[in-house]
Design a protein around this ligand. Structure first.
Ligand SMILES: C[S@@+](CC[C@H](N)C(=O)[O-])C[C@H]1O[C@@H](n2cnc3c(N)ncnc32)[C@H](O)[C@@H]1O
Length: 332
């Protein structure tokens, strides 16, 4: 039988499940955080391995994920409906001040993408929502209806790495004007947006393997959910909470996420590189800041996993281990 059995509809097939769990667990009686519960693929594997005194605290901002987590009846497990940028305050309320590992499996889950009503998919029509937590924040349709041209173009260019960002932003603004002045339809469904983008870039786009709106959808999703800000904030909090020898494990699915993880680990593995530069002073060896993280692995899915799960093709997992040095600026 395959190591990667096919999921049923609405299920999520976890990427790099065993390697992530192997890397994150260093003490089977320890306290762990699964920052992105999803459907609990990684959490369940962690619980299978944890000893009786071990503890797992899971986070997800999606109420459906949290509902799925509520079915895990295990006294060692607890799930919170909150964004992972609230890691420290949430653990504080649970009186947890040190953890032995934190796992991030970033991005959206298959149940989120596969449900047209969530508005993430450019292949199935649905309302332009794209919020991971539909109970709060602005929908993609609301943002597209109000954002000025410059903001639209910047988000699509930077968060989608889309070279036709200006043409797409221009088409969105023109569509709004048309809806206002001539009673045309506002941009309200995923099919509307996919068609508008395809029309705006269609003749210039050479990479036919990808839908012309893929990058625009990625950009809007990242922006609506503040994904990059969430990640930068949570990495800092997670690393500061780690016990000596504890592990930070992050699985990314696109270069913007991976760049943030990579730079964060590098900056704490080699703080002397940044500090000499910033102060422009010659420093004695004993004055150099010391590493608070050690980069210990970068792992890609193997061929079998990539063949069985197309989502795995873009995945990269980075692992860092906390050293004994105090975290910069930490008060405890
Ligand atoms: C790729 S899925 C995780 C899948 C999970 N590891 C599994 O095996 O089932 C990512 C999950 O993280 C959640 N998520 C993404 N960003 C988040 C954030 N900033 N705070 C909390 N949850 C987040 C999403 O709602 C989604 O359920």
């Amino acid at each position: 039988m395959s190591r990667f059995p096919s999921p049923r509809a609405g299920e999520h097939r976890s990427v790099l499940a065993q390697p992530a769990v192997d890397h994150v667990l260093t003490d089977l009686d320890g306290t762990y955080v699964d920052a992105t519960f999803g459907r609990g693929g990684h959490s369940r594997l962690i619980l299978e391995r944890l000893a009786q005194n071990g503890r797992l605290i899971a986070f997800d901002r999606d109420p459906q994920a949290v509902e799925a987590g509520a079915s895990i009846a295990d006294p060692r497990f607890h799930i919170e409906h909150t964004p992972f940028s609230r890691l420290r305050v949430t653990l504080d309320t649970l009186s947890v001040t040190r953890v032995h590992g934190v796992l991030f499996d970033l991005g959206v889950s298959s149940p989120q993408i596969d449900d047209p009503l969530r508005g993430f998919s450019l292949r199935a029509d649905g309302p332009l929502d794209m919020r991971m937590d539909p109970s709060r924040g602005e929908t993609a349709a609301d943002w597209l209806a109000r954002a000025p041209f410059e903001e639209l173009a910047q988000v699509i260019r930077e968060d989608g790495e889309e070279r036709f960002a200006a043409s797409i932003a221009k088409a969105i603004v023109a569509r709004r004007a048309d809806a206002d002045t001539r009673g045309g339809r506002p941009l309200s469904t995923t099919a509307d947006l996919a068609a508008l983008v395809a029309n705006a870039v269609g003749r210039s786009r050479k990479d036919a393997a990808q839908h012309p709106a893929t990058r625009t959808f990625q950009a809007i999703r990242i922006h609506i959910n503040r994904e990059l800000e969430e990640l930068a904030s949570a990495l800092e909090q997670a690393a500061a909470l780690l016990a000596t020898g504890g592990r930070l494990v992050a699985i990314s699915f696109h270069s913007l996420e991976d760049r943030i993880v990579k730079r964060f680990i590098e900056a704490h593995h080699h703080p002397e590189r940044a500090s000499g530069d910033q102060r422009r002073l010659p420093l004695r060896a004993d004055q150099l800041p010391r590493a608070t993280l050690a980069a210990i692995a970068r792992v890609y899915p193997d061929e079998a996993e990539m063949a069985a799960n197309p989502r795995a093709r873009s995945a990269v997992m980075r692992v860092a281990e906390r050293t004994a040095e105090p975290w910069p600026g930490a008060h405890r």
